[in-house]
Design a protein around this ligand. Structure first.
Ligand code: PRP
Ligand code: URA
Length: 208
């Protein structure tokens, strides 16, 4: 069964307070989303495997440890883009794929319009990035697509989730671990997370 990790950390809570506040403007919202992306990355990577390598320090030879697998960050467009820089700052060797999809406002079903991945995705650890885990329709569809392309080691990374989204993602993709900055109470009748932070894509890109 997949692991569900809710990051209980004072720094993340502090930044989430800014992100959730409706008075926070686009610039500060975007910066805070990216920063939480970076902070979450320490927890996501905690159990990454490393491989030994011999190097020479200025003093002597020693065995050091490097990440064993290539990391691929795959944001779900648009809102996932907001977390990419923060994660990439921590793992600068990561490659970046993209999945373009949006949630139909009436049916809440994911509509796919784009995907592009690096060639070695099969052997990589893939971080699917999307700030909002609401119905989980978007996350499940993105992971379906990644699996069709051969990815096997996949982790979901988001800001805010709800029990409905976690249940569905666990059922449809039991081998995908879930990392969230916060777990909220429920979805409203329009499929928005409560208390949530509103429409993340609109707040990141000022399109409201
Ligand atoms: C938002 C969000 C997720 C999706 C979550 O994207 O970024 O992708 O909704 O909802 P779900 O769990 O019910 O699928 P949106 O469709 O608003 O597109 P955008 O990122 O282009 O704004
Ligand atoms: N997408 C968002 O941007 N916010 C929500 O609360 C749910 C889906």
């Amino acid at each position: 069964m997949n692991k569900v990790v809710i990051l209980n950390h004072p720094l993340i809570d502090h930044k989430m307070a800014k992100i959730r506040d409706k008075r926070t403007g686009t610039k500060e919202f975007r910066e805070s989303v990216s920063e939480v992306g970076g902070l979450i990355t320490y927890e996501i990577t905690r159990d990454f495997k490393t491989k030994p390598k011999t190097i020479e320090t200025p003093i002597c030879e020693m065995i050091v440890h490097e990440l064993e697998k290539q990391v691929v960050i795959v944001p779900i467009l648009r809102a996932g883009l907001g977390m990419v820089d923060g994660i990439h700052n921590i793992i600068p060797t990561a490659k970046i794929g993209h999945i373009g999809l949006y949630r139909d406002e009436e049916t809440l079903q994911p509509q796919v319009y784009y995907s592009k991945f690096p060639k070695d995705i099969k052997d990589s650890v893939v971080l699917v990035v999307d700030p909002m885990l609401a119905t989980a329709g978007s996350a499940c569809k993105a992971i379906d697509i990644l699996k069709e392309h051969g990815a096997t080691d996949i982790r979901y990374v988001g800001l805010v989730g709800c029990p409905e989204g976690i249940d569905r993602l666990q059922k449809e993709h039991p081998n995908v671990s879930i990392y969230l900055a916060a777990l909220d109470t429920h979805l409203d009748e329009n499929g928005y997370i409560v208390p949530g932070l509103g429409d993340c894509g609109d707040r990141l890109f000022g399109t409201k």
